[in-house]
Design a protein around this ligand. Structure first.
Ligand SMILES: O=C(O)c1cccc(C(=O)CC[C@H]2O[C@@H](n3cnc4c(=O)[nH]cnc43)[C@H](O)[C@@H]2O)c1
Length: 236
C-alpha cells in the first residue's frame, strides 16, 4: 500500500486535505500525525507550522515513519496566471528570499556561490497531481516573508518569470524529502494575489474548498507514480 505524507502549515489546511475522513491521531516527537485510509493508500497529514524552519523540522520528524511520497500542500498567493480559487502544482520550488542584501540589491544563495535555490520536484508525481486535480503547473516560490507590496511582487516575478505562486514551506519540505530519497511535490490552492497586503481580500474558504476538491480527486485511485516502497527500502 502506498504511504503518502502531506505537510501543511495550518490546521485548517490539514482538515481541508483530510476532508472529514475518519482519522487516527498518533504522536511522533511531539508532532500530531493524522492518519486516514484512502483509495490511493495510507494518508498521513501533519500540520508542521508556518515557514521553512518549522516545515523542515516537522517533515524530517515525520519521515521517520517511512513514506513513498511527500506533498507540501495548503493555500498560497498567486502571481498572474494563477487565479484565486484555482490550483497550482510545482515543477520547481525556489528558495526566493534566501541570500544577501547588497548595495546592488538582492543576491541569491546561488549568485553568492552558496548552493542552488531552484529544485525540481518529482516530474511524474507532479504530472499526476496536475492531471488529477487540474492544477496549473509552474514554479512555486518559498519565502520567509509574505509579499506585501506591488514593488516586491514585481521584483520576485522579474527574478522568477516562471513563478505561479508564493508560499512559505515548499523548499523546506523538499529538502527533507530529498535527504530521505522520497518523491516530492507541492500542491497549492490560491487564496490571494501576491501584491499589496490586503488580508480582507484573501479568499481562504474558497481556497480551502479547492484544496479539498483537489485532494478528493488525487486520492480517488491508487497513485501510479508512487508505488509502495519495497520491503528492503522500508527496512532501511
Ligand atoms: O486564518 C485562517 O482561517 C487560515 C486558514 C488556513 C490557512 C491560514 C494561513 O495563514 C496559512 C499560512 C500559509 O499560507 C501560505 N500563504 C498563503 N498566502 C500566501 C502569500 O501570499 N505569500 C506567502 N505565503 C502564503 C503560506 O504557506 C503560509 O504558511 C489561515
Amino acid at each position: 500500500m502506498t504511504r503518502l505524507l502531506v505537510v501543511t502549515a495550518a490546521a485548517a489546511e490539514r482538515e481541508a486535505v483530510l476532508s472529514g475522513r475518519p482519522v487516527a491521531i498518533g504522536m511522533l516527537a511531539g508532532l500530531e500525525v493524522h492518519r486516514a485510509t484512502t483509495a490511493a493508500g495510507l494518508l498521513d497529514v501533519v500540520c508542521g507550522g508556518v515557514g521553512p524552519v518549522a516545515a523542515a523540522v516537522a517533515t524530517g520528524c515525520a519521515l521517520r515513519n517511512g513514506y513513498d511520497a511527500v506533498i507540501a500542500a495548503g493555500i498560497a498567493g498567486g502571481f498572474p496566471g494563477a487565479e484565486v480559487g484555482g490550483m497550482v502544482v510545482a515543477d520547481t520550488v525556489i528558495h526566493a528570499d534566501l541570500g544577501a542584501e547588497t548595495a546592488e540589491g538582492f543576491s541569491s544563495m546561488a549568485e553568492l556561490g552558496w548552493g542552488p535555490v531552484r529544485f525540481d520536484t518529482d516530474p511524474a508525481l507532479a504530472a499526476e497531481c496536475g492531471r488529477r486535480t487540474g492544477a496549473r503547473t509552474g514554479s512555486i516560490l518559498t519565502v520567509s516573508t509574505v509579499t506585501g507590496s506591488q514593488h516586491r511582487a514585481d521584483q520576485l516575478r522579474t527574478a522568477h518569470p516562471d513563478a505561479l505562486a508564493e508560499a512559505m514551506e515548499g523548499v523546506a519540505v523538499h529538502q527533507a524529502a530529498a535527504r530521505s530519497g522520497v518523491r516530492f511535490a507541492e500542491l497549492r490552492a490560491i487564496s490571494n494575489r501576491v501584491g499589496p497586503r490586503d488580508r480582507s481580500a484573501w479568499r481562504i474558504p474558497e481556497a480551502l474548498s479547492a484544496l479539498t476538491a483537489a485532494f478528493a480527486e488525487l486520492l480517488s485511485a491508487p497513485l501510479t507514480t508512487s508505488p509502495p516502497r519495497t520491503e528492503s527500502e522500508t527496512a532501511q
